[in-house]
Design a protein around this ligand. Structure first.
Ligand SMILES: CC(C)(COP(=O)(O)OP(=O)(O)OC[C@H]1O[C@@H](n2cnc3c(N)ncnc32)[C@H](O)[C@@H]1OP(=O)(O)O)[C@@H](O)C(=O)NCCC(=O)NCCS
Length: 155
């Protein structure tokens, strides 16, 4: 679904490169209680198997959101999605997710899987709005709190 809301323009979406890792870490640390490390992000770039997309401010070109997904054996696993808190609720998360889902349709990737914390209301609302459904639970998935993850699937 394109960005059609009134207000500031939507993001410019483009592939990420390793030079973006510093900014990714700022966003990651502002968004998650157990952020990925620099090494984890750098590995994503060196392995080169993933879809790594960034959401950039069209006026300043600053990176304010990103999505990382792994296509594996015809399916996709959404590994990371974050929008800087100052940019949230402006359609950027939806733009990144729609970009991935559009690519999945194009490439014939299905289903799309992801894990989410049961208390993450913003993410759950976003995923529900795009048609993700609950497919299971992974007990004790989050090491920092011991919380279960909800497993969601699309298609
Ligand atoms: C989840 C996240 C990526 C959403 O990004 P966002 O840019 O704020 O979301 P959008 O503005 O595109 O919202 C799209 C829809 O999702 C839902 N949504 C998003 N944030 C919401 C919130 N705080 N409360 C309720 N619904 C919300 C709404 O349906 C929204 O549509 P609307 O604004 O027209 O009502 C963002 O909150 C985030 O980075 N959170 C921290 C990291 C995280 O939890 N990532 C997901 C891990 S599984």
């Amino acid at each position: 679904m394109p960005n059609e809301r009134p207000g500031p323009p939507g993001p410019r979406l483009a592939d990420l490169a390793v030079r973006h890792v510093d900014r990714i870490l700022v966003i990651e640390r502002a968004c998650f209680p157990a952020p990925w490390t620099r090494g984890q992000f750098e590995r994503e770039f060196s392995i080169g198997r993933g879809t790594l997309r960034g959401a950039f401010c069209p006026e300043t070109d600053r990176l304010d959101g990103y999505l990382i997904a792994w296509p594996v054996a015809g399916e996709v696993h959404l590994m990371n999605l974050a929008v800087h808190p100052a940019r949230q609720r402006q359609g950027w998360g939806a733009a990144l997710l729609d970009d991935l889902l559009g690519r999945a349709v194009q490439e014939g990737w299905a289903p799309v899987w992801l894990e989410v914390r049961p208390g993450n209301r913003a993410a759950l609302a976003l995923y529900a709005s795009r048609g993700f459904i609950r497919a299971g639970r992974r007990p004790g998935y989050y090491e920092d709190t011991g919380e279960d993850a909800l497993l969601l699937r699309w298609k």
